[in-house]
Design a protein around this ligand. Structure first.
Ligand SMILES: *[C@@H]1O[C@H](CO)[C@@H](O)[C@H](O)[C@H]1NC(C)=O
Ligand SMILES: *[C@@H]1O[C@H](CO)[C@@H](O)[C@H](O)[C@H]1NC(C)=O
Length: 368
């Protein structure tokens, strides 16, 4: 019963998004083409009220307004390219980062680029067992009730801890056949505070594969409820009495092998992936992210193993149902449910875009 309900909720949401968005996109293009500065300023005021943004001074307000205006230009140019079919994703000026510059975003939300080029030979077989040789056309673990609600990392480069918990929570729930759609899950703060010896750096960054190794070595990860997230580096306070999950094995997926990520998603469960967030990504609204630069027609992000600055959770894959049949991964972010498509985004699959297949990994959850 609970599972059926989850499925209906997800389906309804997807339909609603598709129906409502084209007008919004057209409006952002319209904004720039015909409106004067004063109209854009009114929009900015409405945006600030909607997001409860308070300005300390007039100077601060006008600085923010300038950033908002330059973002509005970017959004308008990009969305025109989207409407022309040159790119497969749309931007929004309604989100929380509409008055944040790319540089500021990088400093407060992203981690220092990590080196994930330790050539790892995948421990995941590249092919499926004989009896299931064909991969399903689509996979979405959200429809199975094993994915916890989307969280918010705040101003701390701790994405890697959210990628770790989001992935382990799902594997835990698959293993224990548990409905986890309302579970608060596992403690990111424990990873921020305690996993330093495994080449992790709290709010400055880390890697899910290293975090899984820490959890395995440590003998478990506390629950979110018992170890509160603060978005700041702190002292390790692992208690051991409120462990929510254990890791018995860590699987690295062979670098650059997106098919192997597909196999892992189909066979095992969600996968922790890292990639490079480029200057355009914070304004994502919906669609398949392809990092298209509307000024030059080139790709914005880089894809090398030392470029990755963000870690997230792949929860499935699919192909768009239009003529283009664009393949994508379904990815869970940690910038709250208000960002993107209810906290999720799609990213193009099949060309290691932004390094999405540079350092993918997943754990085996233990029986408790
Ligand atoms: C990244 O790590 C690899 C393997 O550990 C090493 O060979 C390489 O020099 C490192 N690259 C950088 C830029 O630190
Ligand atoms: C898994 O990948 C990480 C880098 O993401 C690396 O540090 C680690 O050594 C790899 N583990 C194995 C068993 O290859």
């Amino acid at each position: 019963m609970a599972r059926a309900l989850v499925f209906i909720a997800v389906t309804t949401f997807v339909v609603a998004v598709k129906a409502a968005r084209p007008l919004e996109v057209a409006n952002t293009v319209h904004t720039l083409a015909v409106e004067g500065a004063s109209e854009l300023e009114e929009k900015f005021q409405a945006w600030a009220e909607k997001h409860n943004v308070n300005f300390q001074s007039n100077d601060e307000r006008s600085e923010r307004l300038d950033v908002y205006k330059s973002n509005a230009e970017l959004v308008a140019r990009h969305n025109r390219a989207y409407l022309d079919g040159k790119t497969t994703w749309a931007m929004t000026l309604d989100g929380a980062y509409a008055a944040t510059s790319s540089e500021e975003f990088e400093q407060t939300r992203l981690m220092t680029p990590q080196n994930c080029s330790a050539t790892h030979v995948g421990t995941v077989p590249k092919t499926l067992p004989e009896d299931t040789l064909k991969l399903p056309d689509e996979v979405d673990w959200r429809t199975k009730g094993v994915v916890t609600p989307v969280k918010n990392q705040g101003s701390c480069g701790s994405c890697w801890t959210f990628s770790t918990t989001g992935t382990l929570e799902a594997h835990h729930c698959i293993k224990h056949k548990q409905d986890c759609t309302a579970w608060t899950g596992l403690a990111e703060q424990q990873l921020v505070d305690c996993a330093g010896a495994f080449d992790n750096h709290g709010c400055d960054g880390g890697l899910p594969s290293h975090a899984f190794e820490y959890i395995r070595w440590n003998g478990g990860l506390d629950t979110e409820e018992s170890y509160t997230y603060t978005a700041k580096d702190g002292k390790c306070e692992f208690k051991g009495s409120s462990v929510g999950s254990h890791v018995t094995e860590v699987h690295n997926i062979t670098a650059f092998d997106e098919d192997a990520i597909g196999v892992a998603l189909a066979k095992s469960g969600p996968v922790a992936v890292a990639y490079q967030v480029a200057s355009d990504f914070r304004l994502y609204s919906h669609g398949v992210y392809d990092s298209y630069d509307s000024k030059t027609g080139t790709t914005v992000c880089k894809s090398g193993p030392t470029d990755v600055n963000h870690a997230v959770v792949a929860v499935g894959y699919g192909t768009t149902d239009d003529d283009k049949k664009t393949p994508y991964f379904i990815v869970r972010n940690s910038w709250s449910k208000e960002w993107g498509m209810e906290g999720y985004f799609w990213i193009k699959r099949g060309e290691n875009l932004c390094g999405i297949a540079d350092c993918a990994s997943f754990p085996d959850a233990a029986s408790l």
